[in-house]
Design a protein around this ligand. Structure first.
Ligand code: C5P
Length: 238
């Protein structure tokens, strides 16, 4: 069953444990999943992730693993031991790497969902050319998403613009997690291609990642609750 609260992921894009704990203290009753990325993880390490998990939060560990299959599998096992619920790998690591990641997750006790990053949204069609990939970004996104699905991954991370085609191609039952979310009327900050929570969910996203519109809001809990209410509405009308 669709529970909007479980589909909202708040990005802890902060430099310190103190700042991250403050956000969780503000939101912990409203939000259940928090994304720890490279900045916070590199600054504070795995003990902070363990602390959040032990406090009952779900953690999305966004470290985008990309290495030989054995190394990625070992990293997934280590992340699973921390108790994370979701983690990211680069789909461009190839089928063997994705399969190794999915197998390591399946064999762990906590079974984290493996989400594949297809093409970074910072890359354009021209950027792809320079790394030897011809064709449009969206075609490469769809190709890598199909590979991720066939390799046993639970879902992909995608920009809001990619969500409709991905959902059409991949069908239901595959997670599509999208950042770049801005509630109507909110600051876009440095995000170029944005969608509202309603657009993202209506287009087929299973989860949305939201950072500053919540963490920089005067009342973060109220901002999160409003987004959850919007998501509920979108799901009902979908
Ligand atoms: O503050 P904001 O809502 O823009 O934060 C979005 C989060 O999603 C950040 O952690 C950002 O790194 C992440 N993200 C993104 N665009 C991508 C991939 C990840 O904004 N293509």
């Amino acid at each position: 069953m669709f529970q909007a609260r479980d589909r909202l992921i708040v990005a802890l894009d902060v430099p310190s444990a103190t700042a991250a704990r403050r956000i969780i203290a503000d939101l912990g009753d409203v939000v259940s999943t928090f994304k720890v990325g490279k900045q916070l993880f590199t600054a504070e390490g795995p003990s902070l992730v363990r602390e959040f998990v032990e406090a009952g939060q779900k953690v999305f560990l966004d470290l985008k693993f990309h290495d030989i299959p054995h190394t990625v599998a070992q990293a997934v096992t280590a992340a699973a031991r921390l108790g994370v619920s979701m983690l990211t790998v680069h789909a461009s690591g190839g089928a063997k790497m994705l399969e190794a990641a999915a197998k390591a997750a399946a064999e762990s006790r906590s079974h984290p969902q493996i989400l594949a990053v297809t093409v970074l949204t910072s890359l354009s069609d021209d950027d792809l050319q320079t790394i030897g990939i011809s064709g449009r970004v969206i075609d490469h996104v769809l190709r890598l998403a199909g590979l991720a699905r066939a390799s046993g991954c639970a879902g992909v991370v995608a920009s809001p613009q990619e969500v409709p085609e991905l959902r059409r191609e991949l069908g239901e039952g595959f997670a599509i997690v999208t950042p770049g979310i801005r509630p109507a009327g909110a600051e876009s900050n440095d995000q170029q291609r944005i969608a509202t929570p309603v657009q993202a969910i209506s287009n087929g996203a299973s989860h949305i990642v939201v950072g500053r519109p919540i963490t920089h809001a005067p009342d973060p809990a109220a901002a999160a609750a409003a987004i959850i209410a919007e998501m509920e509405q979108a799901r009902i009308s979908r």
